[in-house]
Design a protein around this ligand. Structure first.
Ligand SMILES: [Ca+2]
Ligand SMILES: [Ca+2]
Length: 167
């Protein structure tokens, strides 16, 4: 019996860590993937501060992209929506050139900048906020640094626990 439970736990563990589908339940309009819930809101484009506030009002935060799987999941999803820029939780607002994720305040372990970015527009502009961007140059949702006053849509993330309660 103990062995059976142990085996079952192992199967669930492998399933949840290796597969996209896991027992994550998210609130309506949020999308589940690998233990997180995501809210994409193309109709709520705003500056960075407003986007951050929007996510926190919905018990989340601007998305923290931990690895290539999360990045690819987001890109695949964004390709189905209208072409635009999407705010992510990466900023160097506090110390110029030191990019950190909010709310963890960790430096990125994984990055997917467009080649040549972040560039502060060649030093001409303060570009302290990061966006997954799609434009006519087909940048394809790699990351760019842009002015925090630009208008982009928020991607919110919330970690889901096994009961489906986000926090
Ligand atoms: Ca994340
Ligand atoms: Ca830039």
């Amino acid at each position: 019996m103990t062995l059976l439970i142990l085996n079952l736990s192992l199967v669930l563990f492998v399933f949840c860590t290796r597969d996209v589908v896991c027992n994550t339940s998210c609130p309506d309009t949020w999308v589940a993937d690998r233990g997180s819930c995501y809210l994409f809101n193309p109709d709520r484009a705003s500056n960075y501060a407003d986007a951050r506030q929007f996510c926190s009002q919905h018990n989340g935060h601007l998305v923290v992209i931990d690895d290539v799987h999360e990045n690819n999941f987001l890109k695949d999803f964004l390709r189905r929506l209208k072409p635009m820029g999407w705010w992510i939780g990466l900023t160097d607002e506090l110390v110029e050139g030191e990019w950190i994720w909010y709310p963890t305040k960790r430096r990125p372990e994984y990055e997917d900048w467009v080649p040549g970015e972040p560039n502060s527009n060649g030093g001409k502009l303060d570009e302290d906020c990061a966006s997954m961007y799609l434009d006519r140059l087909h940048v394809n949702f790699q990351w760019v640094d842009v002015s925090c006053l630009q208008t982009h849509a928020p991607i919110c993330e919330s970690e889901a626990n096994s009961d489906g309660i986000i926090g």
